[in-house]
Ligand binder design. Sequence first.
Ligand SMILES: [Zn+2]
Length: 534
Amino acid sequence: MGIRYRDEMIIVDAGMGFPEETPYGVDISIPNFDFLEEYRDDLTAIVLTHGHEDHVGALAYILRKFNLPVYGSRFTLALAEKRLEEFRMLDDVLMHRVEAGQTVEIGSFNVEFIHASHSLVECFSLAVHTPLGTLIHTGDYKIDDTPVIGKPYDLTTLRRIGDEGVLALLCDSTNATVPGRTPSERAVIPAFEEIFEQAEGRIVISTFSSSIHRLQIVINIAHQFGRKLCVLGRSMQRNIEVADEQGILQIPHDTVVDIGASRALDDDQIVYLVTGSQGEPRAALWNMATSTHKGLEIDKGDTVVLSARIIPGNEKSISRLIGHLYKRGANIIEEKRRLVHVSGHASQEDIKIMVESAKPKFVVPIHGEYRMLFRQKEYIKNHVAGYDDDNIILIENGDVLEIDEFAAKVVDKHELHKTFIDEESLGEIEYDVVRERKKLAYGGAISLVVTVEKGTHELIGEPQVSFQGVAGISPVNGFADAARKAVANAIGEMKREHILDRSFFKENLRIELKRFVQKQLGTKPVIVTTVVEV
Ligand SMILES: [Zn+2]
């Protein structure tokens, strides 16, 4: 999100997304930052609310295009720095560490950082004081009165800013469909204690590596029950390392052991804290469940706790993972069976507290699908006095919203494509490439090879046609033969000068074959033509 006043613009967060339906081998998407080109000279800073991937994951990509100073909390910046290091960009970026309660002047904007509670630590809501009024950007938040680490949400500051006057509240909608209050991070402790009391064998806990409160709970309970902790998975190890370095996690001496030492312990003396709660292949839990982890596999008597929600789109892979775990004889505990996970996002009554504290003139639901934005609007209209269609504004990606003290309205819409990222090389994949893959996936491919005599431009032999993944083809239905003949006939009718121009020739061949296939099969495979000269 960009916030602009006259010729100055700050960017709030730069995250990556994980496409829900697998778009043909792409696992990561980021915003397409090209639309920012027209504001290039106006950009002044990137302000980060917190360190989750969907808020900082695209930082390297945006900084590569626009080298801007970055503001964030100590922990957020530490996570961001680890990522920038992977891109060897760390030395080129100016980072400003800020603390909750601080206000920073960035040109015409005064950005006040408000302590927010969430599933991560050192998170902010932002009060962006502009010459036209104050905007509050909630970031991701929930109103947690008893977090495991750090203080509750700073409602005192929020109310003070609300009393001074707030023009607009940009408010997290992720859980706007969920009634009531979101339980505190602490709420999972009883279930974990029960699990540790009952388990006689090894305990394996999988959660998001960024759920820092949850990690602290696991560390505490492991210590309390005299079990050692072994951490597996790169992102889990990295986050624990960062949080430990900064003194955010309290890890009792001698609690953590490496994998070698863990194997020497009795089953009732060890807890594994692992990545892979979403069934990701290659993650630690998947490897342990499928005997692909070096020397460590799930066995009869193990208790596996999935302390995470199912991210939409991951249902199938989680289901497969659970199948593997059952096959190996593990006892599985998931969110539906015990309270081993709570959300980090505001439910309806948290949203009510937010709106009543900030008392904004306008509310703009953000974060989440349109359905969630819509439900936030409906909820506020029905449950908070003084809000209706005129002052709750729904916007979508690409919309330009103009706000002043009188009105808030969408004045422009940009067509924004996502940019896809190849997870192996971390490079950008062109939109055209993804579109091509989509065509291949739906229609398959046909390759056509035509050989011509260099001097005479006569066809030599028959055209060669081969099919990959095209429906309606079988060796006995004679389709390949018919296709070959159709191409040969078409060549027979072509003018000589159209064959002389090889690129024209190739394109004509493609069109002829495409017409034939479409007529016969009704499908549109990708057609690759090659002209060989001998
Ligand atoms: Zn978050």
